[in-house]
Design a protein around this ligand. Structure first.
Ligand SMILES: C[S@@+](CC[C@H](N)C(=O)[O-])C[C@H]1O[C@@H](n2cnc3c(N)ncnc32)[C@H](O)[C@@H]1O
Length: 300
């Protein structure tokens, strides 16, 4: 989770000399150069370009190559509003209402977790297994289910969430990206409303933050992202207990359960797997070198 607000990205070069300096507020036209240089002490360059792009409906490439572009009155108003919200810790993705995942753009809002790049590991793994059927448990904005279906056209993809509002967003995303009916969404707590059927793969990025750790998360996470998407109970393992505990009834004999995890929970997940007749077949690390995924299958 990226909680930093500074970036190493280069600031833009001014094409024409302007008034003022980069060290403080300047008078003069509200051009891209000035707004970027004024904001960077407080916001990262990535955030500044994201919000300027949203305010002006211009691509980042345009803003980078046109530092002399002067924002229109209504664009400037929007920019000031977005900047204020970001400084108060609201994530850029909730301000713009979108987030890229697996090269697809997903609508997100306060009912859905913002998809993280490390979750793409799960999508790669599921696609590599070439399943005929997949169940995504706790789909949020639908990012895993939709990304899998976008690459495996013949695969039957189902997705559950206990949040109706999250499911509505996921359905909208699936319809826009893949067309109506490509993914079957089920309002369900874990497997409750899934019905009788077996899946080749069950995949889940469940809530896995220990309850006592939620208070120490960055403000942009704990104040803005849905609590039900984060809270893994006292030991962080509540969702894994349900997914592994009841999963046997829904998993084909040679199927896999692909889980996003916090590596610090690996021992606990290994214990739960053994207790329920599975073993951990493999784990994978994220780009930060932390164990982020476990693949579980039935013991013979
Ligand atoms: C960590 S978020 C993951 C969202 C999305 N899959 C992603 O990877 O970004 C966990 C999701 O599980 C859902 N959830 C929490 N408890 C659940 C339950 N008992 N049954 C189904 N979904 C649940 C939350 O509403 C949330 O959307």
């Amino acid at each position: 989770m990226n909680t930093g607000i500074r970036s190493k990205e280069a600031a833009p070069c001014r094409k024409k000399p302007g008034r003022g300096t980069v060290d403080g507020p300047v008078d003069g036209p509200a051009d891209v150069y000035r707004l970027v240089t004024e904001s960077v002490p407080k916001l990262s360059l990535t955030d500044v370009y994201c919000l300027l792009g949203h305010a002006t409906k211009r691509r980042r490439e345009f803003l980078l190559t046109h530092p002399e572009y002067v924002l229109k009155k209504e664009e400037l108003y929007l920019w000031e509003e977005y900047k204020k919200r970001r400084i108060q810790a609201e994530p850029c993705a909730y301000i713009t209402g979108k987030k890229e995942f697996y090269s697809l753009v997903f609508e997100v809002n306060g009912h859905t977790l913002i998809p993280r790049p490390e979750t793409e590991l799960l999508v790669d793994e599921v696609i590599g297994l070439s399943p005929s059927s997949v169940l995504d448990v706790g789909t949020g904005c639908g990012n895993i289910a939709v990304a899998v279906k976008s690459r495996l056209k013949e695969c039957e993809v189902f997705a559950t969430d206990k949040s109706r509002r999250a499911l509505e967003t996921a359905e909208k995303n699936a319809r826009r990206i893949l067309g109506a009916g490509a993914v079957t969404f089920i309002h369900s707590s874990f497997y409750q409303a899934v019905g009788e059927r077996l899946f080749d793969v069950i995949v889940s990025n469940p809530p896995y933050v220990k309850r006592r750790d939620i208070a120490s998360l960055a403000g942009e996470i704990k104040e803005y992202e849905p609590h039900d998407a984060l809270d893994g109970g006292e030991d962080g393992l509540d969702a894994y207990r349900s997914i592994l505990g009841d999963g046997g009834r829904f998993l084909a004999q040679s199927g896999r359960i692909v889980l996003e995890i916090d590596g610090r929970l690996l021992d606990g997940i290994g214990f739960l797997a053994r207790e329920n007749g599975y073993f951990i077949e493999k784990t994978k690390k994220d780009l930060a070198g932390k164990v982020r995924m476990a693949v579980v299958r039935k013991a013979l």
